[in-house]
Write a new protein. Sequence first.
Length: 316
Amino acid sequence: MIDCVITQPIHEEGLALLNAAGLTVHVAADPGLMTLAPHLADARAVITRNAGFSAAMLTAAPRLEVIGSHGAGVDAIDLSAAEARGIIVVNTPGANAQSVAELAFALVFACAKMIVPADRAVRADDFSFRYRQTSFELQGRTLGLVGFGAIGRRMAGMAKAFGMRVAVCSQHASAEDLAECGAESLSLDALCAQADIVSLHGLPRDAARFDAARFTRMKPGAVFINTARGALVEEAALAQALVDGRLAAAGIDVFATEPLDRQNPLLAAPNLVMTPHVGGSTEEALARTAREVAGDIVRVLRGESPRNPVTSGPAK
């Protein structure tokens, strides 16, 4: 009998914690329902990553007590179906925040310093690139943070170290939070109009995703960074903003569909640096995230309260 099914690989430190608790663990070959179904029949717990967990998968797991999201996002888990069954859902908010913030700032540097086209120029023996390139300094520029959770706060600290002004659009940041980071609060429209670099870490509840209209409102020649969620951005509009030169550059780690469809317009867009959703995939972040989600799985199965509940589970 299997206690915990893991739909996508996690760090060995998480596996070790589950094994030490006496749980029988199965790591699936792939996260598809056909592969998972035979192992879900007896499972009391599931750990999933970006593949999520659907209502059909829940139906295949009649003994399920807890679903663990390896990461903060739970959009791909059918929370309504889980709540209807009294299944507890847990996640790991902040576990990969440092790693994602570092990648976001790496994308800022790649865009500001034109690192990718510069590398291509050297490989093509094109040292005249130095006379055509349009890199810029970060000092004195404005970094606009849309969302101000654990990642945004780390980004603010990094920006201050480079002498940047920091502007924040957040429904949850307190005056004390902003003051601590030396940041100022702006509406989304004001932030887009003023920021030289916009880094996306969430959206206000009443705001539509970044679409053609939103990109038009951004400061001409700005840089756009997204390490949050692909669904927050209309990808065709982003590609067009780069083609038209309204944006100087963009750095993207997350996409609406992963892997990308070969017809995705982003693949042909200029001045775009893309990474394959690796922001939270450093060794340190993977180990931390695996430990945190495995720890909550063990707590729930022991009848204890989880540290990071998303749903409350059955009434007591």
